[in-house]
Design a protein around this ligand. Structure first.
Ligand code: ATP
Ligand code: MG
Length: 437
């Protein structure tokens, strides 16, 4: 017991490894002008000022950072006095956002680990951190971070890198390692499991053996996390351009079923379809086209939707109400794990519902379908399915020609379609809206 306490104590006061300017590759030229302005102003006012987290990690890995985060010993009130363009946000832990037009530099006062908080319940029964809102110093700030490579500080005072957790070694060996005892760190915040997968896939890093080992046994903690947070993390996992690599890793560790319970029963064929869709999503993101969570979840849950239909309704065809009954049940089960906002599930539902309608289009329906707000997404989905099925491919090609045809060509194509009994001919709508996915 004594030995354990002693070991913990030592671990909490590590010595900083300081890498001077001449011995690292971090270049200030890669830091945004606005971030440098913030750092210099803090420094000139006598405060400590460091870049920290993803931006330091990414520059060292030769990746362009998404944004720049600053850590300092200035309190939020001091920050407000120092920066006119400052807004304090967050109820629990106050952060400063410094505005430069649309660019925001996030400045956080050093925090400490939750156990330093007295007289307050800071953990749930299972050890999950509930509060994390006490100021500290750079050492405590480093230790409460998740991975060693996310706990590197760039000091504007002398351009050195400050490393408390051997993060530089991990950058060099391209390894992802949790700071501290992995079992405890996953217990404190099970979302770190998802973050481990995200960073290893996005940055192409190996997860160290010690960090990887407790992942499977910690999965049971994920349901404790609010489903809205799991939803946010899932978007970061799958809608930031590295979804193929990420999904492979999620499956490798058996995490997919914790996020999307129906995927537990997916076949290899189902995964091949999903992977093809994810490949399209990744390339859309890389070419800066829009992607919608509605389309993403339509894709990820499609085999589940078909399975729910089969289980609840037997063999097709199903009428509209029946299909929505299966969708209700499926989405109810999914929402227990991850809370997809309704506006996106509505889009997924439309995409699924439109599949049969696109396939069995009647003469009077074609223009009405074309002007449906989810037509574009449903068509893309049909096109994707067509890559695995000849009949569907023909249908997708028909819709491709119909969308792009002249008035005469469209009229000719309508003539080829079957007529629905007892219906009047639909007039062509004046404006045909479509929606990008
Ligand atoms: P990205 O490029 O994806 O934004 P990031 O490392 O900047 O990566 P953020 O989620 O923006 O990730 O978090 C900023 C920093 O805050 C991280 O680098 C890490 O140091 C710390 N952090 C974030 N989430 C956690 C967590 N769950 N537990 C501990 N530290 C965390
Ligand atoms: Mg970040």
């Amino acid at each position: 017991m004594l030995k354990k306490l002693f070991a913990r104590k030592q671990n909490k006061n590590p010595k900083a490894h300081i890498i001077p300017r001449a011995e690292h590759t971090f270049s200030r030229q890669r830091v945004s002008k606005n971030a440098l302005t913030v750092l210099y102003r803090l420094n000139n006012a006598g405060f400590q000022a460091y870049l920290v987290g993803g931006c330091v990690r990414d520059i060292l890995l030769n990746i362009t950072p998404k944004d720049f985060d600053v850590a300092t010993d200035a309190t939020p009130e001091e920050l407000r006095r120092l920066f006119r363009n400052c807004r304090l946000i967050g109820r629990r832990f106050r952060l400063a956002h410094i505005y430069f037009g649309r660019d925001i530099i996030e400045v956080a006062t050093f925090r400490t680990e939750p156990s330093k908080m007295k007289f307050m319940k800071h953990q749930s029964e299972s050890g999950r951190i509930l509060r994390d809102n006490v100021y500290g110093d750079i050492t405590s700030d480093a230790l409460r971070r998740d991975f060693t490579i996310n706990a590197l500080y760039y000091n504007i005072a002398d351009f050195s890198i400050v490393d408390y957790c051997k993060g530089i070694d991990d950058i060099e060996s391209r390894t992802l390692t949790l700071i501290g005892d992995p079992v405890t760190r996953y217990r404190e915040d099970p979302v770190r499991i998802l973050r481990a997968i995200r960073f290893s896939a996005k940055l192409d890093l190996d997860i160290s053996a010690a960090t990887a080992k407790p992942i499977k046994s910690s999965l049971k903690l994920l349901p404790e996390v609010p489903s809205s947070r799991i939803y946010e993390e899932s978007l970061k996992l799958l809608l930031t351009g590295h979804s193929i690599a990420t999904m492979k890793k999620l499956r490798e560790y058996g995490i997919h079923a914790a996020l999307l319970p129906p995927s537990k029963h997916y076949t290899e064929q189902d995964w091949a379809f999903i992977e093809q869709g994810l490949a399209n999503t990744d390339s859309r993101i890389k070419s800066r086209q829009t992607t919608s969570p509605g389309f993403l979840f339509a894709l990820l849950l499609w085999p589940g939707y078909l399975a729910y239909c089969q289980k609840l309704l037997g063999d097709p065809p199903y009428h509209y109400g029946q299909k929505h009954e299966a969708m209700d049940k499926l989405l109810q089960d999914v929402n227990k794990a991850l809370a997809i906002p309704k506006r996106f599930t509505l889009m997924s539902r439309s995409i699924w519902d439109l599949q049969d309608r696109l396939l069995n289009v009647k003469k009077h329906q074609a223009f009405r379908l074309l002007s449906h707000p989810s037509f574009r997404a449903a068509y893309d989905f049909l096109e994707l399915r067509g890559q695995f099925d000849k009949e569907l491919k023909q249908s997708a090609q028909w819709w491709h020609r119909f969308q792009n045809g002249s008035d005469e060509q469209q009229d000719d194509m309508l003539e080829e379609l079957p007529k629905a009994k007892g219906r009047r001919r639909q007039r062509k709508p004046r404006a045909q809206q479509d929606e990008n996915v």
